[in-house]
Write a protein that binds this ligand. Structure first.
Ligand SMILES: Nc1nc2c(ncn2[C@@H]2O[C@H](COP(=O)(O)OP(=O)(O)OP(=O)(O)O)[C@@H](O)[C@H]2O)c(=O)[nH]1
Length: 250
């Protein structure tokens, strides 16, 4: 588990998680942050995919960061387990990057792209984004869940698509805000410079707080119960996630 004392913060990067349902724009957000911050900060990226290293390959091909600074964790199954319960594979990847490129400022960790329930353990990341997109429907923000309610920042992404999918972005942001007890919600499109600037400013402010010892990691809470199938469509196991009180099926 990462040590969160301030002396430790002198030696390791700020670790930022990016979670959210499949296709909402997690890799694109990481690419955007690399583009925006790569000139002034030393960055690393860890991606999580179930069976491939596709997200890492996408980011390497985006040309936003030295490809060696992008490491892939293949979780095998249950992508949320690797960011929530047994974070060993991810911690090793993060610590390897911190070792190889010391001193790193920020490591971005992308979750495997799950459903609405996946959250990062505070043992892995210091803060986390949860990404929704307008194409998933304006009512998603009202559905709640630990990531929507408790992530450090909720991104309502792809706002440029709102007119095409009939979503009222302002209403979606209000719905999200009312679920979040004052935590920030950022309506984002990669084509909206003001919104991009807000995300960038949040990362820089969080890094400053982390270095100053005033940033406290918070836990959005355990994931909700759900069911997975393996590649053959079979459910394979039932287990309880650590920190959670509910079993679910794999
Ligand atoms: N219009 C629009 N499309 C976007 C934006 N951000 C991302 N996309 C597109 O959304 C699609 C999914 O983006 P990704 O970044 O691959 O999403 P992801 O969440 O990483 O996907 P998984 O890793 O499969 O879960 C891609 O076609 C992106 O080009 C945006 O701001 N506006």
């Amino acid at each position: 588990m990462p040590d969160s004392t301030s002396s430790d913060h002198d030696h390791r990067a700020l670790r930022l998680g990016v979670a959210g349902p499949v296709g909402t724009g997690k890799s694109s957000l990481i690419a955007l942050l690399c583009r925006e911050l790569g000139g002034e900060l030393s960055l690393g990226v860890v991606t999580n995919d179930i069976y491939t290293d596709e997200d890492a390959r996408f980011l390497r091909s985006a040309g936003v960061l030295d490809p060696e600074r992008i490491r892939a964790v293949e979780t095998g199954a249950c992508p949320h387990t690797a960011i929530r319960d047994d974070v060993t594979q991810n911690l090793i990847a993060v610590e390897d990057l911190e070792h190889d490129y010391a001193p790193l400022d920020v490591v971005l960790v992308e979750s495997g792209g799950d459903n609405l329930t996946a959250t990062f353990s505070p043992a892995l990341v210091d803060a986390q984004f949860f990404v929704l997109d307008v194409a998933g429907g304006g009512d998603v923000a009202r559905k709640g869940g630990p990531g929507i309610a408790g992530a450090d920042v909720l991104i309502v992404n792809k706002t440029d698509l709102a007119p095409y999918v009939g979503v009222d972005v302002a209403q979606m942001v209000r719905d999200a805000e009312s679920a979040r007890d004052g935590r920030p919600v950022i309506a984002l499109s990669r084509t909206d410079p003001a919104a991009v600037a807000r995300v960038r400013a949040w990362v820089l402010a969080t890094l400053a707080a982390f270095r100053g010892g005033s940033h406290e990691p918070t836990d959005p809470g355990p994931m909700a119960p759900h069911v997975h199938a393996d590649q053959t469509g079979q459910t394979t196991a039932v287990h309880t996630h650590a920190g959670g009180d509910r079993a679910h099926t794999h």
